[in-house]
Design a protein around this ligand. Structure first.
Ligand code: NDP
Length: 456
């Protein structure tokens, strides 16, 4: 007992020192600090039980990206004016496979955002059980309001630099906020042109007719709902008849809504970065899809066609709508402590993080203390990267699976992630805490691979 207490104190001090070094070495990178803190603190029980992770300096190494690449992305708009954006790629950890992670195009993108996403991605990818390391990238370019030609010129310029660091056995990017099928298509075309070879497995999220996987578009949203369904079923509950609020109206949000509706839920609200719509009778997904996927319109347009719905300016208010299930699927830190308290007081039963790090550390604490079933991002939204890895497998085989085959595999992967997180949480003394469980389950595989490969 005394030994155990000593080990825990040593592990706690080790985590503290590593975290303080991260803060000192990466000043002002608040999102990165937040992600590191959440993971490191939950690893204390593993470090106490297995001091080898301290002995081999695993934490010091795992918080430092293997490589961070930044580059200039010059491009010319439709009026002939030259613009310069900044491109990023973080190659965070390759212990268990080639770097894998999406590209984000959004004005808020900076080194901190890319590093927090790449760090999280390392553990998420490990959780999927597939051989993929962690990476992430993007640019502070804003695709909103740009013409197709401007998007094409920008993405071609971006790829003209990024291609040097990519390869199907090196680093395999995909989409994220602001990067969908159109952007991936342009990037793949430019990569192929520069390389002079058809290396399909170098990018995922491709169109079906040129090497994409059926089910990739739906994967993150469907996967998140499958994960939440596992949490609900563990308490004898289900989506059937429940009221659901989803933030965002992009790729993850749309397919979370679709699967939740298929499972019998009523989705009453969703949003974009300007505001949210609410319809107590249930929102019409067909209209949302047309507005967002085809017409690239603002969500405010929805109420013109559906007078029973109301539009509200600003994003935060969406969490004051009473619901049993909340699926934050827009962006980081969209649920703060106050929003979490409102959700709890309105009777929320389950929260599934479709977005990356949508809840602040304080909000997570509120959910866990209130006994809300909480599916953390790196587990709940791992379905996207899991199907990306299935896309890579199909590309290697030069073969395509049917939609139902991919969907069945996705479903099995999400069940498995849930099981691993539950088991790790129990094994390390935090039963039911999937934040701790997912972090530990993701960490041990990467850490053991790092030790096996020596100090590199
Ligand atoms: P999309 O670009 O398709 O959609 C993003 C949605 O969130 C849009 O509705 C957008 O509104 C809204 N949004 C973006 N930024 C903000 C902001 N700062 N404040 C409020 N709303 C915002 O992205 P995805 O659906 O692909 O990604 C959503 C989240 O899911 C991200 O956190 C991403 O990292 C995560 N994720 C995505 C995966 C995928 O496979 N796509 C995989 C795993 C995680 P607007 O249209 O106004 O910009």
């Amino acid at each position: 007992m005394i030994v155990q207490l000593d080990n825990e104190a040593v592990a706690r001090e080790y985590v503290h020192v590593v975290y303080e070094t991260v803060v000192k070495r990466n000043p002002y990178e608040y999102e990165f600090h937040q992600a590191v803190k959440e993971i490191l603190e939950s690893l204390i029980p593993v470090l106490s039980k297995h001091p080898k992770y301290m002995k081999f300096g695993v934490l010091e190494r795992i918080v430092e990206p293997e490589r961070l690449i930044t580059f200039r992305v010059p491009w010319v708009d439709d009026q002939g004016i030259t613009h310069v954006n900044r491109g990023f790629r973080v190659q965070f950890n390759s212990a268990i496979g080639p770097y894998k992670g999406g590209l984000r195009f959004h004005p808020s993108v900076n080194a901190s955002i890319i590093k927090f996403l790449g760090f999280e991605q390392t553990f998420k990818n490990s959780l999927t059980g597939q051989p993929i390391g962690g990476g992430k990238g993007g640019s502070d370019f804003d695709p909103k309001g740009k013409s197709d030609n401007e998007i094409m010129r920008f993405t071609q310029s971006f790829m003209t630099e990024l291609y040097k660091y990519m390869g199907q056995d090196t680093d395999v990017p995909a989409g994220d906020i602001g990067v969908g099928a159109r952007e991936i298509g342009y990037m793949f075309g430019q990569y192929k042109r520069i390389r002079g070879a058809y290396e399909a497995g170098v990018l995922t999220g491709k169109g079906i007719i040129y090497g994409g996987s059926l089910g990739r578009t739906e994967a993150t949203g469907y996967g998140c709902v499958y994960f939440v369904n596992e949490m609900l079923q563990s308490k004898g509950l289900s989506f059937e008849g429940s009221t659901v609020v989803v933030s965002g109206s992009g790729n993850v949000a749309i397919y979370s809504m679709q699967k939740a509706i298929q499972l019998g839920a009523k989705v009453v609200a969703c949003s974009d970065s300007n505001g949210y719509i609410y319809d107590k009778n249930g929102i019409c997904l067909d209209t949302i899809r047309r507005l967002k996927e085809v017409e690239r319109e603002r969500i405010s347009e929805y109420v013109k066609e559906h007078p029973t719905a109301t539009y509200h300016e600003g994003c935060n208010g969406i969490w004051s709508i009473p619901c049993e299930i909340a699926l934050p699927s827009a962006t980081q830190n969209e649920i703060d402590e106050d929003a979490a308290r409102i959700l709890v007081s309105n009777g929320v039963i389950a929260v599934g993080e479709g977005a990356n790090m949508p809840s602040t550390l304080e909000a997570i604490d509120v959910f866990l203390k209130a006994g809300v079933l909480f599916g953390p991002a790196k587990a709940a939204n791992a379905g996207g990267v899991a199907v990306s890895a299935l896309e890579m497998s199909q590309n290697s085989m030069r073969y395509s699976w049917q939609f139902h085959e991919v969907d069945d595999k996705l479903h099995a992967i999400m069940k498995n992630i849930y099981k691993s997180a539950v088991q790790a949480a129990e094994e390390y003394g935090h039963p039911g805490n999937l934040v701790v469980g997912a972090n530990i389950a993701g960490f041990t595989k990467v850490a053991d691979a790092m030790i096996a490969q020596g100090v590199v």
